[in-house]
Ligand binder design. Structure first.
Ligand code: SF4
Ligand code: SF4
Length: 290
C-alpha cells in the first residue's frame, strides 16, 4: 500500500448511523492520512479531531448579474437555464441565486452581452492538523441549497498531503454523495441492525452499484439479536468488512467528542483490523481491475 494513493469513501443512508465514527477512526489509525469531511451541511469530524494550525478560506461561485440598460427582454437566457434560476417578470430579469448552478451558460448565451458574473461566497474550507492526520472540512453557509461546489473544492485535497484519504460523505444518496464518491477507489457502507437500517443500506448499495465502485459493509451498533442488515448482506452476497458492537464505552467516548482509537486499545484493534481488511480489498481490486 505504501506509495499508493487511495481514496476511501464512507457512506450511510442516513445520519447517526456511525459513518463519521468509522471515517474519523479509519483516518486516525491510518496515520499520515487525509480526512475530508464532505458532509458540508453538518460537518462534525473536526469536532473529534480538534485540528490545530487552522487555515480557512472562502469558497465562492459565480452568479449572473444583469445590466438592465442592455437587456432587451428577449428571454433567451430564461429559456436556456435548465435550472429555472431565471425569470423575466414585469419587464425585469430576475436571478434566483439559490438555485443557480453557476454554469455560466446564460452569460455566454445573451445576444446583448447584458449578463456578467459576480462572486458569491457560499461557504468555507477549513484545513488543519490533528497529530499526523490532515483534517479538511467544508462548511456550507446557512441558506445555500447545493454543497456540490464546496465538495468539488475540498476533494482537491485528496492525497495532496498523504497516500490515504478518507472521505466522510454526506448522509443519503443525493447529488452531494455522488460528487463525494465519484473518484473514490473504495466505498465503505455503514449500516444499523434494523429494518430501517436495511432500507438505508439499500439506498447507498444501489448508488455504489450504479457507480460501479468496489465496496464493503461495516455493521454498526450490533447486538446479540437478529441483524436484518447482516441478513441483507448475506442475501445480496455483500462483503461484510467488520462489525462494531453496541457498547456504552464507545458511546461515552463519542459523546465526549473523543476519537476511540486514541482512547481505547480495544477500539484501536477494531479499526486496525478494519483498515487492514479495506487495504486488502483495495489491493485485490487494483490487481483484478488495474
Ligand atoms: S438573454 Fe440577455 S437580453 Fe435576453 S433577456 Fe436575458 S439578459 Fe436580457
Ligand atoms: S449560470 Fe447557469 S444555472 Fe445560473 S442562471 Fe445562468 S444558466 Fe441558469
Amino acid at each position: 500500500m505504501e506509495g499508493t494513493k487511495i481514496k476511501i469513501a464512507v457512506l450511510s443512508g442516513k445520519g447517526g448511523t456511525g459513518k463519521t465514527l468509522v471515517a474519523v477512526n479509519l483516518a486516525a489509525i491510518a496515520k499520515n492520512s487525509v480526512y475530508i469531511d464532505c458532509d458540508v451541511e453538518e460537518p462534525n469530524g473536526h469536532l473529534f479531531f480538534k485540528p490545530e494550525q487552522l487555515k480557512r478560506h472562502d469558497i465562492s461561485v459565480k452568479i449572473p448579474v444583469v445590466d438592465e440598460k442592455l437587456c432587451t427582454g428577449c428571454r433567451s437566457c430564461v429559456a436556456f437555464c435548465k435550472f429555472n434560476a431565471l425569470a423575466y417578470i414585469n419587464h425585469k430579469l430576475m436571478v434566483f441565486d439559490e438555485i443557480c448552478h453557476s454554469c455560466g451558460g446564460c452569460s455566454l448565451f445573451c445576444p446583448e452581452k447584458a449578463l456578467s458574473e459576480r462572486e458569491k461566497v457560499i461557504g468555507v474550507v477549513q484545513n488543519g492538523k490533528s497529530e499526523d492526520v490532515r483534517v479538511i472540512s467544508g462548511i456550507m453557509n446557512v441558506g445555500e441549497t447545493s454543497g456540490v461546489p464546496i465538495i468539488k473544492e475540498i476533494l482537491k485535497y485528496a492525497n495532496e498531503y498523504q497516500d490515504i484519504t478518507v472521505i466522510d460523505c454526506p448522509p443519503g444518496s443525493a447529488c452531494t454523495v455522488m460528487e463525494s464518491i465519484k473518484d473514490a477507489d473504495y466505498c465503505i457502507l455503514v449500516a444499523e441492525p434494523t429494518l430501517f437500517g436495511v432500507h438505508n443500506l439499500n439506498m447507498v448499495h444501489d448508488l455504489v452499484t450504479l457507480f460501479n465502485k468496489p465496496y464493503g459493509v461495516v455493521l454498526n451498533k450490533c447486538v446479540q439479536s437478529e441483524n436484518p442488515a447482516e441478513t441483507y448482506c448475506t442475501e445480496k452476497n455483500i462483503n461484510v468488512l467488520g462489525k462494531i458492537l453496541f457498547d456504552n464505552e464507545l458511546g461515552t467516548i463519542n459523546s465526549n467528542g473523543l476519537i476511540a482509537i486514541r482512547q481505547s486499545d480495544k477500539y484501536f484493534d477494531v479499526f486496525n483490523q478494519l483498515l487492514h481488511k479495506v487495504s486488502e480489498e483495495v489491493q485485490h481490486e487494483t490487481v483484478v481491475n488495474p
